[in-house]
Design a protein. Structure first.
Length: 154
């Protein structure tokens, strides 16, 4: 069983089949391509996306449907090919793909989620992309607290 060193979780053993591969990396982290999605029931629905390439790199994620239950996924034909999915139809969250948003802290310390470019994973293959939308339907700083307002992307 493979094992990896992490900054936040120490040494962890994992099933090689549970690794997630971003063939093109993530924007700003192009050379970091292999990750594990770590879940802890005590912290649910938070998911930790731990890099297998760099022990210090770990992203906080939330399932998009936990943020917006009516979220509509749109994946480009090129990204569908990377995911090894049928480019003739959009995948369904929960049935065909996992879809998660990266959480960040915006101005004044308020948490936000990037619904403009969710992480989409084909669980059958472990291949993933950051599916950047071109339709402007969602923003990159969607507030996670009702008293905050969405701030423009920059």
């Amino acid at each position: 069983m493979p094992r990896t060193e992490t900054k936040y979780f120490g040494v962890i053993d994992f099933d090689a089949g549970s690794a997630i591969e971003f063939p093109a990396g993530l924007p700003g982290f192009d050379t970091r391509r292999h990750f594990l999605a770590l879940e802890d029931v005590a912290r649910s629905p938070v998911i930790f996306l731990q890099s297998l390439d760099e022990p210090q790199l770990c992203f906080l994620l939330l399932p998009v449907l936990a943020i917006d239950p009516s979220y509509r996924l749109h994946v480009s034909p090129d990204d569908l090919l990377v995911l090894e999915l049928d480019p003739a139809r959009q995948p369904e969250i929960g049935a065909d793909v996992m879809c998660m948003a990266i959480v960040a802290i915006a101005g004044e310390g308020h948490p936000t989620a990037n619904l403009l470019a969710p992480l989409v994973v084909n669980p059958a293959t472990g291949r993933a992309v950051q599916a950047i939308r071109d339709d402007g339907a969602y923003g990159c700083r969607h507030p996670l607290m009702t008293e905050t307002r969405e701030t423009p992307c920059s």
